[in-house]
Write a new protein. Structure first.
Length: 371
């Protein structure tokens, strides 16, 4: 199972490292390896959340996520996205932006860094909405009950997560954004940019998440009733899966923002960046599929909770980085620690349930022996 699920990741790793050696020698090999590890460490929580969504989809759409989705992730977010950002912020056409990325790497890095406030606001708001909608939902299984029970009661208030997200955006716009960090340590007033970008992130979440949720609800309702025909059920399932897939891609994009920006601390070569982050993205996708097929989220029930808390932490970190620089190691460790904590809590829960089950079985056996 492990080799079957990760075989494409291994192949992409070998190809990417070989291309790196051909492109820039063994120095490029090392840079690509570091970038791949950076991407994996920053996106492990992404894999857990993706798995929670992907397990609802058919094997066909899981393959689409692992193939077409990877092309979007590697060539779209890790290669094209930084170029698009430069083209938009510097008001250049795409050809000039690509030429700048290849010929004037310092200037290219400067433009991408200066666009960070807009990127962080968009991604931060999208991720914050995911976190808020999760913690305000009343769930049967609760990890931190002392916190999640009162939050679930508050979640009965309509549009509470949207209101809180807008409050966070307004506070960010009038605090961190007024002294936004720019290339070379300078600061600039980016309040309007952050406000517009954050609203765009919120709208994107509501549209994509709303559509995927709408079709998912329709699918569940249809399954409860007698199906009129196999054809209509397949079409409905296809619509639901398509919008879920779209939601996953936007989610991956939001997670990739910090990885793309953080990669400039290691290199400003767009080719090496695309190869390293692309390898990491491939492993994240393979890990997502592995978690689904192994049923890991069903066995370790708090993992999804830990991943969403990591998402909330990442959203806050993105907002803070509008003004202050935060080392990528810290960002990665926060996610790893939260997921590790939730995993250990799941293990303790499973052990406790196992002991309780053994105790009940022993009592039944003793009762059966009593004459």
């Amino acid at each position: 199972m492990l080799l079957k699920t990760f075989r494409w990741s291994f192949a992409v790793t070998a190809l990417g490292l070989a291309l790196g050696v051909w492109y820039g020698g063994w120095t490029a090999f090392g840079v690509i390896a570091i970038l791949a590890v950076l991407e994996i460490s920053l996106s492990f929580d992404n894999a857990v959340v993706n798995a929670g969504i992907l397990k609802k989809m058919s094997a066909f759409w899981q393959k689409i996520f692992l193939t077409v989705g990877v092309l979007i992730a590697v060539f779209g977010m890790r290669l094209a996205f930084p170029v698009v950002i430069v083209a938009v912020t510097a008001k250049k056409n795409p050809v000039d932006a690509v030429n700048l990325a290849l010929t004037d790497k310092d200037r290219y890095e400067q433009l991408v860094t200066d666009a960070h406030p807009a990127i962080a606001a968009f991604g931060g708001m999208f991720l914050l909405m995911i976190f808020l909608d999760f913690i305000f939902e009343d769930r049967d299984i609760k990890w931190l009950g002392w916190l999640e029970r009162p939050l679930a009661r508050l979640g009965k208030v309509d549009m509470l997560s949207v209101c809180l997200a807008l409050i966070v955006l307004l506070i960010t716009s009038f605090t961190f954004a007024t002294h936004a960090h720019q290339h070379g340590g300078a600061h600039a007033d980016k309040a309007q940019t952050v406000l517009v970008s954050g609203i765009a992130g919120l709208i994107t979440y509501m549209i994509v998440g709303g559509l995927s949720g709408f079709f998912e609800d329709r699918l569940e309702a249809e399954e409860e009733r007698e199906r009129e025909s196999d054809r209509s059920a397949v079409v409905l399932a296809g619509q639901a899966a398509f919008f879920m897939f779209l939601y996953l891609e936007v989610l991956d994009a939001s997670f990739s923002f910090d990885g793309v920006i953080g990669a400039f601390a290691i290199t400003n070569d767009i080719v090496l960046m695309a190869l390293g982050l692309g390898i990491g993205a491939m492993y994240v996708r393979s890990l997502t599929v592995y978690l689904v097929r192994q049923g890991t989220l069903d066995d370790y029930v708090y993992l999804e909770h830990g991943a969403h808390y990591a998402i909330g932490a990442l959203a806050v970190i993105l907002m803070v980085t509008i003004q202050y620089q935060i080392n990528e190691v810290i960002t990665g460790l926060v996610g790893v620690l939260l997921i590790g904590w939730s995993f250990w809590s799941s293990v303790l829960r499973n052990n406790a349930l196992g002991e309780a089950g053994e105790g009940a079985a022993a009592e039944e056996a003793d009762a059966a022996r009593v004459p």
